[in-house]
Design a protein around this ligand. Structure first.
Ligand SMILES: CSC[C@@H](O)[C@@H](O)C(=O)COP(=O)(O)O
Ligand SMILES: [Zn+2]
Length: 208
């Protein structure tokens, strides 16, 4: 294993996973996080590891062609690596991709049978890059296939045909994924989209 230094991206992912775990968004082994490096490779959480207590050894490096790098072959990559891979391909500016399983991100996927969920016109949308008066914004919902490669293929198909209004997507009864140009931005996007989902669930329970 390589020796970590202060700029080792795995340290950022360990801290972020612990923070998301404490918020109840990465309980048990749920969710996966990745950071892309300058050479196109990316570090991703290993499959089935407790996200509240990740170690430097709980990561796999995937090279730009999608193969596990030789130094990581004894660790199994996240089962959802194909989703990170396709998002990095679709959005070349993306440097981080975070996927979490909050209760609210599951609940809101049942608010519509359609493959787009309208978001309320909240000020917080500006934090996702939506600047408009009374914005009309949607987040795409994908089916949760057991075969993750099918989810990745449908993401590819959809974003090849339609641009993304916000850097986030939902998988039905599963969770939310964001991509961003930096790890800090990805963390902010997760926190902002979660605030919006919490608002939506609260508003529905109040009947407004
Ligand atoms: C708690 S099971 C969740 C998994 O099936 C999956 O959806 C997930 O997010 C974590 O899978 P992993 O392979 O550990 O990255
Ligand atoms: Zn998941």
């Amino acid at each position: 294993m390589t020796t970590p230094n202060r700029t080792d991206p795995r340290l950022e992912l360990i801290n972020t996973a612990r923070s998301f775990y404490q918020k109840g968004w990465m309980v048990g082994t749920a969710g996966n996080l990745s950071i892309r490096l300058a050479d196109g490779s990316f570090w991703i959480t290993a499959s089935g590891r407790s996200k509240g207590e990740l170690l430097l050894s709980d990561f796999v490096c995937i090279d730009a062609s999608g193969k596990v790098q030789a130094s990581s072959i004894d660790v199994k990559p996240s089962a959802e690596t194909a989703i990170h891979q396709i998002l990095y391909t679709l959005f070349p500016e993306a440097q981080a991709c975070y996927h979490i399983h909050s209760v609210e991100s599951n609940l809101v996927t049942n608010f519509t049978p359609e493959d787009d969920l309208p978001l309320p016109p909240l000020e917080m949308l500006k934090g996702l890059g939506v600047y408009a008066d009374n914005p009309s914004c949607v987040i795409p919902i994908f089916a949760n296939h057991l075969q993750v490669s099918r989810i990745a293929a449908e993401i590819q198909q959809r974003f090849t045909n339609t641009s993304a209004q916000i850097p986030a997507l939902l998988i039905r009864n599963h969770g939310v994924t964001v991509w961003a140009s930096s790890p800090t931005a990805a963390r902010n996007y997760i926190e902002i989209i979660e605030y919006i989902f919490r608002y939506m669930v609260g508003a529905r329970s109040l009947g407004i």
